[in-house]
Write a protein of this length. Sequence first.
Length: 408
Amino acid sequence: MHRLRVLLACLCLACAWSAHATEPQDRQQESQYFANAGSDGSSHVERLRKRLRDPAERTSLRAEYRALVRSQHPDLAHELSIDAATESKVLDLLTEHQLRDLEASVDRTKARRGIQAQADEQTARMNELRALIGQRGLERYQHYTRTATERQQVQDLDAQLPAQHKLNPDQKRRLLELYVEQNRRALDEQADVQAQVAIAIAGLSGDDPARTSELQTIAMNEATLRQMEKSDALLAQEAARFLSPTQLRALTQMNAKKARAQREWIEQARARAGMPAAMPDAPLMEFDPSVPLREILPGKFEFEFTVQADRHPPKTLTYQGLNGTPYLIDTGGGLLMEATPMLFRDGWLEVYVIYYEQVGGEKRRIDPDARFGAYVGTDDAEPARTESVIVGSQRAYALRASVSVADS
């Protein structure tokens, strides 16, 4: 029997907001200190510190951030079912959160806070929002932020439409749902495509790492474009049920423009690589999600999970079962994780995780799902390590995970 050791050191942290502040557009130069070394970076940091310390400058900075936060949260009152006065208070609070993040980024004592401190801070922010809009409002806000990318896609289409053909609320809602499903499928398929491309390229590029990377990038973008075109066609077909002909034509044109830009990049990359610029009709490899090229090792394995949640003491659990069997683990503190470890013949171990939160006797799924892994095909392979951000509805959880494999 194989023995698979999966060491999951879990300090569970779920934060609904990024820990990194975003500078307003006209202040982006100030944020460059993250990428600068030496005196230039130091001067940007000091400039921000002075602005934050000076009452007048801080007031000005808050106004800039307030405008940015407003632009990032369109239709907030409608989506949260709150009035204009409450919406204004929520935006004020989110602005204050942004300023706190900015202060932490320029404060050496806060810049390297431990993950538990970050979890505590995020829980405090959730409580502040809950005090304004209640538990239901908080959950609506979390859903709102999770779908920010899809909402932007809906906005992009609406911006292309003349005044008499703007999307109505029901059309926006239905199109948002289609985009959420499309993007979920794309994420699910992406990891499998990456793995299959890596396998296909390995036999074409020899021992040249630079050439391997170049060909992998091209092949991945080609595979992504082909999938995107199929997915966009399916989305347009579904959207035709509720969009007008004018709206559907704008959607099709927007998708075609996106595909053209992707194709142009691929053609330039192929030319730089000494290949014919035009994409071939047949892909380098056919992708069929139902027949993965990566082979899961058959047989039974022993899985050992070491889990620590928040400030709870660590616990170690051992399971035996077929490779790819899911195991539900109570991490403590109300967070459950359904972990599915999968060991592949190519030497990779991947752990797929679905998170749940125990609320009033119910088990509620927390989006998004996660996966992490490591190449464990050598005797001296290092454990895989990850730190994830998870969104809980009740409190903040921070996840640290490390994975090691032993074969006996």
